[in-house]
Design a binder for this molecule. Structure first.
Ligand code: SAH
Ligand code: SF4
Length: 369
């Protein structure tokens, strides 16, 4: 077990059920504690009232529980909520809860409203990759999030929104950070979140988005967790991609696609290719044509993302007509393509923006608590 906590005792949110069983005796205690953590959202051992006082004290002495604290929540008119968390060592990062409403036909032909919840989680505080268009990149890299800090983002958002423990949510690792640069903690979090005695969010409902660290895609594939893969492609030639994503100089488009082809994918699923559209940079039909060629033979779907402008950036949001023409081109040729709705556009939507906004207000993380 490799749980590294430089400043604190390990958090209970960082353990798989079997690991907890081997640490606590008798083993059934682990199940009870899992129940408190993930079904009752209890984060104080002294309130876990079906376990002995001795065990409560043991937990208090040897483990931490909460390590992250929501210090600001912004509500969007579309139902999304953006959370700014502060860590136990005084850093800030963000997560987003996205609500999508849909209308479907029921068994009797009646219109039934359905809702879908997605949680967009951070995997690091800052990021080392340094993409030219990304707000997170501007703040540099601080540290990896522990698995427990990743798991706790979900627990806190579920509790705050009074969601039943097994209410279906999708997880996307598309907040701050490059998840494959923190692969051990992210994959541990995926496994903890999927524990059936816990939140039971199967790996199939969790998507790792990566800027394309080819050897780590291979490593992830070998683990065969059943997790979904999203590749932030954003450009169809290496020259432009290296300008947008400097890491492309180390692992280019061909290296990435080689690993994607070898990645174990559920027969009913596809690899998502994210394509960030920037006005006058990569939003033309020539790029769409090249994209189609590149993805030939891969079980792929494309998600077009509209560049989200932020202060200091010279890039511009593309025209909707160009985005639609790009999407139509792909769809007409049989490639599944969607346009990402910018959820929470009114609430500092692009990752890293809420953190910067709070900094700009000259309020330190500490003073907001
Ligand atoms: N590091 C990972 C996951 C976090 S970023 C990755 O790069 O895939 C999640 C997504 O947000 C990526 O597709 C990224 O390219 C995109 N993104 C970053 N900055 C953006 C911006 N200003 N506007 C729109 N999307 C952005
Ligand atoms: Fe890091 Fe992703 Fe932002 Fe690039 S887009 S800097 S990989 S968080």
């Amino acid at each position: 077990m490799n749980i590294d906590f430089p400043f604190q005792q390990p958090s209970l949110y960082g353990y798989k059920l079997n690991e907890l069983k081997s640490i606590l005796s008798p083993a059934f205690r682990a199940k009870q504690i899992y129940h408190w953590l993930y079904h009752r959202y209890e984060n104080d051992a002294m309130r876990m009232d079906n376990i002995s006082k001795t065990m409560q004290n043991y937990i208090r002495e040897h483990f931490a529980l909460s390590q992250i604290y929501p210090i600001r929540v912004e509500h969007s008119i579309d139902g999304s909520k953006k959370y700014l968390f502060e860590t136990y060592d005084g850093h800030c990062f963000e997560s987003v809860l996205i609500q999508m409403r849909d209308k479907k036909l029921g068994h009797k032909g009646e219109v039934v409203e359905s809702e879908k919840w997605t949680m967009c989680l951070s995997s690091q505080i800052g990021c080392k990759v340094g993409c030219a268009f990304c707000f997170t990149a501007k703040g540099g890299f601080v540290r990896n999030l522990h698995a427990s800090e990743i798991v706790e983002q979900v627990v806190i958002m579920k509790k705050d929104n009074q969601m039943a423990p097994h209410k279906r949510v999708n997880i996307v690792y598309m907040g701050m950070g490059e998840p494959l640069d923190n692969i051990e903690n992210v994959t541990r979090a995926i496994e903890i979140l999927s524990e059936s005695e816990g939140l039971s969010i199967s790996a199939r409902r969790q998507t790792i988005s990566t800027s394309g660290i080819a050897p780590k895609i291979k490593q992830l594939g070998k683990l065969n967790l059943g997790v979904q893969l999203a590749i932030s492609l954003h450009a169809v030639d290496d020259k432009l991609r290296s300008q947008l994503i400097p890491m492309n100089k180390a692992y280019n488009i061909s290296d990435i696609l080689t690993e994607v082809r070898a990645f174990p994918i559920d027969t009913r699923k596809k690899v998502m290719f994210e394509y960030l559209m920037i006005k006058g940079v990569n939003d033309d039909l020539k790029s769409a044509k090249k994209l189609l060629q590149l993805l030939n033979g891969i079980k792929a779907k494309v998600n077009l993302i509209l560049f989200n402008p932020h202060e200091g950036s010279t890039f511009k949001r593309p025209e909707m007509n160009d985005v639609k023409a790009f999407a139509d081109f792909l769809i007409k040729r049989g490639l599944l393509c969607t346009i990402r709705e910018s959820r929470g556009i009114d609430i500092s939507a692009a990752c890293g923006q809420l953190r910067e906004k709070v900094k700009a207000e000259n309020v330190s993380c500490e003073t907001l608590t």
